[in-house]
Design a protein around this ligand. Structure first.
Ligand SMILES: Cc1cn([C@H]2C[C@H](O)[C@@H](COP(=O)(O)OP(=O)(O)OP(=O)(O)O)O2)c(=O)[nH]c1=O
Length: 209
């Protein structure tokens, strides 16, 4: 899927400026595209990875997040020689437990009931592969505090449908913001991409807009 570009290349190297290596976002998440656009790193192309995201038995959240982000990158790099490929995974974890992206209201209700009145972690794993095959990755953790939710608040939230497609069954960028008195760490990491670290990965590997 081609993405409209809003900026001309701004490299000081004339060769690179004429033909900078493009960025491919290996993600179907509209949030990740918006976050990259927000920092002026709009991808030239979007090519979501379709992989099995089932956690392994006893797999811990950090290892899981890193493994899935790497698998998403692996699935897409072969189709984009000469490009930077960026893949990511967002995991909601309570202790050693990995919360699902709920498939139905019952699963989302179970997530919200577990998150109610406690602190959890959102782990964002990001992988970038450069055109020359070099790879860099990062794992960023944000602590998120949920207020205690009453049954009516949970049912109301479920009826709004914002839980669909979201790790842990909520979206901090939507109505669930009213459930979260504070976070410790990166906000965009919770939404889908830690922006400071993502930009560092890309520029560190030589990506230029
Ligand atoms: C916790 C939380 C997650 N999310 C989203 C970010 C991710 O899109 C999603 C987690 O699932 P991911 O598997 O990380 O991403 P995805 O399935 O949406 O897209 P792809 O695998 O193609 O990259 O949950 C929010 O939008 N807000 C939140 O507050």
């Amino acid at each position: 899927m081609a993405v409209p570009q809003s900026k001309e290349p701004a490299s000081s190297d004339p060769a690179a400026a004429a033909n900078p290596a493009p960025l491919v976002l290996a993600s179907a998440s509209p949030r990740r595209l918006q976050l990259l656009q927000q920092i002026g790193m709009t991808p030239a192309d979007i090519d979501p990875a379709d992989i099995d995201e089932t956690p392994r038995k006893r797999e811990l959240p950090p290892a899981y997040a890193k493994r899935i982000a790497a698998a998403k990158a692996d699935a897409v790099v072969a189709r984009h020689g000469g490009a930077f490929v960026l893949a990511a995974d967002t995991v909601v974890a309570v202790g050693r437990r990995i919360l699902p992206k709920p498939e139905d209201e019952a699963a989302a209700r179970a997530c919200l009931t577990l998150l109610s009145g406690r602190r959890h972690r959102v782990l964002g794993a990001v992988v970038v592969q450069a055109p020359d095959g070099r790879r860099a990755d990062v794992l960023v953790t944000t602590a998120v505090v949920f207020k205690r939710l009453c049954e009516a608040e949970i049912e109301d939230y479920l009826a709004g449908g914002e839980w669909r497609g979201k790790a842990g069954g909520y979206a901090i960028q939507g109505r669930a913001a009213a459930f979260i008195p504070r976070i410790i760490g990166s906000y965009p990491n919770v939404v889908g991409l830690p922006l400071v670290e993502t930009r560092n990965l890309l520029t560190g590997l030589g990506y230029r807009t």
